[in-house]
Design a protein around this ligand. Structure first.
Ligand code: AMP
Length: 399
């Protein structure tokens, strides 16, 4: 999928509306992790170097459509000012007379950052009038918010609609290049690792990728639906009974296409998540019927690791267990390590998806993975072969 590139845009003297993803964690009124702010700096620099003025817009947290001072972007503006080493003006709202005055006085090289878009319910509703006000006096729209690009929100779809399309920022372009290459021309063997809670969420990804895969590794809660379909005891584990047929079809299709499907060989079980003192590891074919499977065991990590290290391309989405609660994070952490080791030996590794990214980051391994996507839902949609609505809205931009 090709979108208008910022490198081709005529920017001198133009006013740019830049939709960024500055949804960073805050602590005591300060930015606790500035990774996302750093991420958008190269795009802002490019725009400024080429003579544009830049209005930066973002959401932060879930204010639910009302003003919440705790979710103000003011601390983000302060940090952006430090990173850009220049004055950044902070607007007290994202629309309205005051903001319009600030926007009208901007000169090339100026940066204005708007207050949290989600203080207004119209942002998530994709409201047209709100989008028109956001577009304001801008000439050009740039999207550098990959993680929100699967959402048809006003700032994502409405504003480029008003401005006749737009451009992908440097961050979004990098995401698209990686997924494009991986989906159209993956170095083989190509392995997909899936986990997480629900089979239903991941079926479209499997359907889209299966013909290109060599191995499919399934862990997490979704594995139990497959195990059940194979006639195994799964105790009180997560189960989607209405997806047993889908699981069977995936295994049959994989067999016909010569794709090896690996399910957990051993499982960490406990009576429940709050009884971790009673956790034990059992072979996958002898799960006690009163217990819940909450993680993959070390044998599974080793078996998955062997396939991963023998692959040229690996994409991973979804945790291997209830990784929020130790010790049920061991499988996910083990998989993150295996991915990092394989990367060092030349495997191209991609981690897409909020929870798996969190697990990799918490383990301090994100720098040892080839590419860590900034968008969970958005990367899943790309893996499903779908076009993201906010990216479709960029088409038609004139240079
Ligand atoms: P998803 O959004 O589908 O990727 O699911 C992520 C969630 O799956 C996380 O919150 C995990 O706690 C949960 N999860 C992973 N493995 C299991 C499991 N064996 N049982 C219950 N929940 C699980």
């Amino acid at each position: 999928m090709r979108y208008p590139s910022l490198r081709d845009a005529e920017l001198a003297g133009r006013r740019v509306f830049l939709r960024a993803d500055l949804n960073v964690p805050l602590k005591n009124g300060r930015v606790a992790d500035d990774t996302r702010i750093r991420g958008v700096v190269p795009t802002i620099r490019l725009l400024l170097d080429r003579g544009a003025s830049v209005v930066v817009a973002s959401h932060l947290g879930r204010p639910g459509g009302t003003r919440n001072p705790e979710l103000s972007l003011a601390p983000v503006a302060d940090r952006l000012e430090e990173l850009l080493e220049m004055k950044v003006t902070f607007a007290p709202d994202c629309i309205g007379a005051r903001v319009n005055t600030l926007r009208a006085s901007m000169k090339p090289g100026d940066v204005l950052i708007l207050e949290n878009l989600r203080f207004h319910p119209e942002e998530k509703e994709g409201d047209e009038g709100f989008a028109r006000q956001l577009a304001g006096n801008a000439d050009i729209y740039v999207n550098d918010a990959f993680g929100t690009s699967h959402r048809a929100h006003a700032s994502m779809v409405g504003v480029p609609g008003m401005l006749g399309g737009g451009y992908a920022g440097l961050l979004v372009q990098r995401e698209l290049e990686i997924f494009d290459e991986m989906l159209s021309n993956p170095a083989r063997p190509f392995t997909l690792v899936l986990g997480g809670a629900k089979v239903s969420d991941k079926i479209p990804v499997i359907d889209n990728l299966l013909p290109r895969l060599d191995h499919l590794l399934i862990g997490g809660g979704m594995a139990f639906t497959f195990m059940k379909e194979m006639g195994l005891e799964v105790g009180t584990s997560l189960l989607e009974l209405d997806r047993l047929g889908a699981a069977r079809k995936i295994m049959d299709d994989a067999g016909e296409m010569g794709v090896e499907v690996l399910l957990p060989a051993d499982i960490v079980v406990a009576p429940s998540t709050d009884r971790c003192d009673q956790a034990s590891t059992v072979p996958a074919d002898s799960m006690p019927h009163q217990e819940t499977g909450l993680d993959i065991g070390p044998g599974t990590v080793a078996a998955f690791g062997e396939v991963i290290s023998g692959s040229s391309t690996v994409v991973w989405n979804g945790p291997m267990g209830v990784f929020e609660i130790p010790p049920f994070d061991s499988g996910t952490r083990g998989l993150a390590s295996v991915m990092a080791e394989a990367t060092e030996h030349g495997t191209f590794t991609v981690v897409g998806g909020g929870d798996s990214v969190r697990a990799v980051t918490e383990a301090g391994l994100e720098k040892r993975i080839s590419f860590v996507s900034t968008g969970g839902g958005a990367s899943l949609k790309l893996l499903q072969g779908e076009e993201l609505p906010a990216l479709a809205a960029l088409k038609g931009a004139r240079t």
